[in-house]
Design a protein around this ligand. Structure first.
Ligand code: SF4
Length: 577
């Protein structure tokens, strides 16, 4: 093993209280790179795709990559499992100190199986691993848990934690690292909760020390080129630039995808800017793309994801910036994914409007759009699975099956994951992405989408394959997608760190495709009904959807061909083929 990796996996079994170290082979690391790639490989090694997500034997993986802790924008870790929401692969790339700390402790990845009888947290230090009772933390919200654990373990600690939503197995509960900053979706918080695991804490003084760089001089050269691409509006508006694009092309939807929202973004942003108390971001990154917003209750929210704003706030006609920030903060701090939550609530309100459900069903709640107090109440009911909230906590597909009638037809999702409330056909690249993603309706490619436009469908498949490969590389090598200037720079970084020889850009892009193929195999093996590349009826019929359906079918076939899959979207040959 040359530079960039330890070649070590730490395995913890919470049922038996057993901790072991295992070697990771160079072959596995060369094929899957790290992060997302390594996580899906480890999950499949354990047969995770065949197990129930809450089965104690079904692993939770936390993986670093060869760039972790070595370059700006690499203070991240990929957390992965089988999703309790969708039944297929899910991961979150969380920003924070956990990834570099795990790496500095001498591990490339952590695999957790089993279930503790009592609430626990894991403590990882240079002296080893401890499983500690977590009664005093169980039930605390995310920020209080982080504050209490950080106070206990000091400034060199990093805390990976769930909120009450994860403890209560809400199927779209999230995991957080050191703050409420944007991460992923799909219910990883519930997987941690099902294992009785409240948190994982690392304590390590020197996060940057440890793993070797094979060729230091060429690494330093490659590092000089690593800078955020100027074309990204991320410099000026932070992560909000994508929302501006959506508004520009009229893609923001509201009232459960039924209406186009003529939003005056300037006045919303004007109000939002008044809430900004500072700018923050990852260690060593000059961009600091997250703004710190003051919330109405006197707290602070670090960073706003475009999908949270459009789906939890605009979709439900919450248009005052302060109210939007307050509701997003509340849902995150209780441990929920605001995108799935906002989608499910918007859908429930439509059902109420149409008389499919009534006050007897909702426990007396009169569901209406535009009511902040109602949303705040629903957020708490979902978190603690109380009354009507217990149904919404199941996610839109399961809740639809329970309610019946035409409720599933009104649900906007793909592969079981609730969609962000946007019109995917304003730029068909978004539609093809949501259709084909192996994680459900999660538009991961947005950091690479410079301008939204009505594209020629012939170019779609080709573009998507390139973007998807890039996002897989960012999530596997572990680097912020905003900092990927080009694949050439990424290749130079990897070559200099690992000393694996001179990989070409093409070889690296092929790894990105191989990882996508592994995610597809995981989904197909999971045997989930509905693992097909289609949008739900509501999502498919938005705007130009019906009109574009034939062209998208053609783009889909081309996408399969370019990915090396058969005409039904099944991978051909072996993973390395
Ligand atoms: S651009 Fe933002 S998310 Fe990316 S590394 Fe910089 S601060 Fe972190």
């Amino acid at each position: 093993m040359e530079g960039g990796y330890w070649g070590k996996l730490l395995k913890v079994d919470l049922s038996r209280g057993k901790v072991v170290e295992e070697e990771l082979s160079e072959e596995e690391l060369k094929t899957y790179l790290g992060g997302r790639g390594l996580a899906v490989s480890l999950l499949m090694r354990e047969g995770g795709e065949y197990l129930h997500p809450f089965d104690p034997l079904c692993p939770l993986i936390i993986a670093t990559g060869p760039l972790t802790g070595l370059v700006p924008g690499s203070d991240r870790a990929v957390i992965a499992a089988k999703s309790p929401l969708t039944g297929i692969y899910v991961d979150e790339c969380v920003e924070g100190g956990f990834g570099p700390s795990l790496k500095a402790l001498g591990y490339d990845a952590l695999e957790i199986v089993g279930r503790s009888e009592v609430p626990v947290y894991l403590l990882l230090t240079t002296r080893g691993v401890k499983v500690i009772e977590a009664y005093e933390y169980w039930g605390l919200d995310v920020i209080s848990s982080i504050a209490k654990l950080t106070k206990r373990y000091g400034e060199h600690s990093s805390v990976l934690v769930i909120g009450p939503a994860g403890e209560n197995l809400v199927r779209y509960a999230k995991v957080f690292n050191d703050s409420l900053r944007p991460g992923g979706r799909g219910g990883l918080g519930a997987v941690m909760g099902s294992k009785g695991l409240k948190a994982i804490v690392t304590v390590v003084k020197e996060r940057d020390k440890g793993v070797r760089v094979a060729n230091l001089s060429s690494f330093k050269e490659a590092l000089k080129e690593l800078t955020v691409s100027e074309r990204y509006g991320v410099f000026n508006l932070g992560r909000f630039y994508f929302l501006e694009e959506l508004v520009k092309v009229g893609a923001v939807l509201c009232k459960n995808f039924r209406a186009r929202y003529a939003l005056d973004l300037r006045s919303f942003i004007f109000e939002l800017n008044k809430l900004i108390k500072g700018r923050t971001g990852c260690r060593d990154c000059e961009v600091k793309c997250n703004r710190v917003y003051a919330t109405p209750n006197g707290s602070h929210l670090e960073g706003l994801d475009y999908a949270w704003v459009i789906t939890l706030a605009f979709n439900n006609l919450i248009i005052k910036a302060g109210e939007a920030v307050g509701l997003i903060y509340l849902s995150l701090n209780l441990g929920l994914d605001p995108t799935s939550l906002g989608n499910v609530i918007g859908w429930a309100i439509e059902l109420f409007e149409k008389g499919i459900i009534d006050v007897n069903f909702t426990g007396g709640l009169r569901l209406r759009y535009g009511r902040r107090e109602l949303l705040a109440e629903l957020i708490k009911l979902v978190t603690y699975r109380r009354g009507f909230g217990a149904l919404l906590a199941e996610g839109i597909v399961r809740a639809s099956r329970i309610i019946g009638y035409d409720s599933l037809k009104m649900a906007a999702y793909a592969k079981g994951l609730e969609a962000p409330s946007l019109d995917p056909f304003k730029d068909p690249l978004i539609a093809l992405s949501l259709m084909t993603s192996n994680k459900g309706a999660d538009l991961e490619e947005w950091p690479f989408m410079e301008k939204l436009r009505p594209r020629n469908v012939r170019e779609l498949a080709h573009e998507l394959v390139g973007l998807r490969s890039k996002i897989n590389l960012a999530s596997s090598l572990i680097i912020c997608p905003f900092l990927i200037k080009n694949i050439g720079n990424l290749t130079k970084l990897l070559n200099s760190i690992t000393g694996w020889g001179e990989w070409s850009e093409e070889e690296l892009l092929i790894r990105g495709k191989l990882i996508e193929t592994a995610l597809r195999r995981f989904g197909l093996n999971s045997n989930v009904s509905g693992f097909s590349d289609v949008l739900s009826e509501r999502l498919a019929s938005v705007g130009e959807g019906t009109h574009l359906s034939r062209s998208l079918e053609d783009a889909l076939k081309e996408y399969y061909y370019l990915m090396g899959w058969d005409e039904t979207g099944r991978p051909l040959g072996s993973i390395k083929g």
